[in-house]
Design a protein around this ligand. Sequence first.
Ligand code: F6R
Length: 601
Amino acid sequence: MCGIVGCITKESTLEFLIDGLKELEYRGYDSAGLVILEANNSHIYKAIGKIVNLENKVGDFKTSGFSVGIAHTRWATHGKPTEINAHPHSGEISYIVHNGIIENYADIKKELGEEKFVSQTDTETIVHLFEHNLSIYENSLKAFEATIEALEGAYAILLITKSQNDTIYFAKKGSPLILGYSDNKDLFFASSESPLIGKAKEVSYLEDGDYGYISPKTVKIYNQKESKTLSKTKLPSNKQFAQKDGFRFFMEKELYEQSLVSSDTMIGRVKDDYIAFDEIDIALLEGIKEIKICACGTSYHAGLVASYLLQRVAKIRCSVEIASEFRYKEPLLSKDMLFVTISQSGETADTIEALKIAKLAGLKSLCICNVDNSTLIRLSDTSILTRAGIEKGVASTKAFTTQVIVLWMLSLYLAKHKNNISTDELKKHIKALLHTPRVLKVKSTTHEKLTRLSKRYLHGHGFFFIGRDIFYPLALEGALKLKELSYIHAEGYPSGEMKHGPIALADSELFTVALMSKNILYDKIKSNLEELIARDATTLAISPYKFDLSDDFIQIEEHDHEMLEFFEMLVIVQLFSMEIAVRLGNDVDMPRNLAKSVTVE
Ligand code: F6R
């Protein structure tokens, strides 16, 4: 995570750095900092917390002509979120910002002598190592080259030095970095496209192993010590500003947008009696007998829903793995597996590394992603965009919804491709798909009821969300939303598992949210819930059927398709978690300790 920006401009360095950091704040918001070189004067500012604090620190300072600057917004990995640990980190004449993790930092620190270090970060080693190398080579490029050669781990680095005060050195391995070019020869760096829109006309997406330097006169790129030319891509000039549009939070706006974006996800893809994915070349599916899904967090939950759908509807074997686990378990992979990654950002480090493992094993890959041009999309053979639009709230809502819709459509697409579904069955699914946007519309009565209800669930020793079948991943997602937003402990559980241990926790201070589908195993989950009620657990039942035994009850419509129940319940658990967080006074859009894009392992 973390976000970095840098630039060389004739007059607007400070403005770009601050605006750029605001665009990247979703990547981390523990602290932020910037440094600007004007001739040989350096101006460095750091602040704990959000970018607005940094902006206040900068106060009236202005650049007055040509200058070079780099900046950073941090999600702490090594050392607490303090000003000392905030980037940029300084040597005697050089400054660095870094996104990623340097795994061998402790060894380097020991070699350089620990006394010169002021912070607890891994990043500070890079700047001291660079200055150490500079004293040996007396040439900045050679010193920089020797520095990155010594680093193990993942990084996107920007470094400036008074020994060459019109230049930014950069390197990328495993963390995203984009170089932007404006019409008037200003040059920019950023971790994602958003800070560059409106500033840069064209961009180059740096690849792993790329490093070099930029100055007003030149852009020099190397990979494995060979000089290379970067290809340039046009960048849209219109910034799709994500505004709150009258909602209290981005999350609330995005939650209300789910109905609209779910229609966008289906446009051109849902036909009368089949699903069309123009993105998928039929050659991708040749010889495929099995699907392996890899993802993290909420995207992993979407993958779990897909595992039920792909097996039940498309009759295709499917396994789902958490990307960070998959990477190190020496997975057995075979070429008849299609490797599917799911990601909102397309920049999640663990998912990217999992994909690289699958590619090395010769698997074909499909990525379901919300951000075009992201690393995952660029690395995958084929990608399907979820079309959720920019998601700013750190807790994912509409991205999850559109992922599940794409995966549902993919199951139907594969079912038809493999001749494993009857026309009637397919039509039944398509009818339900097309009805989904209506189900996702937030009803004001439901929102009001959940706002009122939320006050009864602010204490206790924890929550269980329980469900069966596809409602089990929904239970996991409900629990994750509640944890992220309210900081209350919550677990998602398959309800049939409660009696195998967790029911020991049941008492009046244990809150249980039961997802009771009419279409799937209603009687089973009803019994599971009754077992909890008999042990005095406090319960909230969500069901189309009236259920008098629970303490609280939310009635959903009687749908004849379980996916429609799924989406109606999803909106309810999202609203419930958000309203509890509001009552607790938490930051809904930027919950503590989190970041929108997890670009470190
Ligand atoms: C939770 C959430 C995270 C992400 C996870 C993967 O609300 O957003 O759990 O789902 O960090 O991120 P992506 O989908 O960008 O790969």
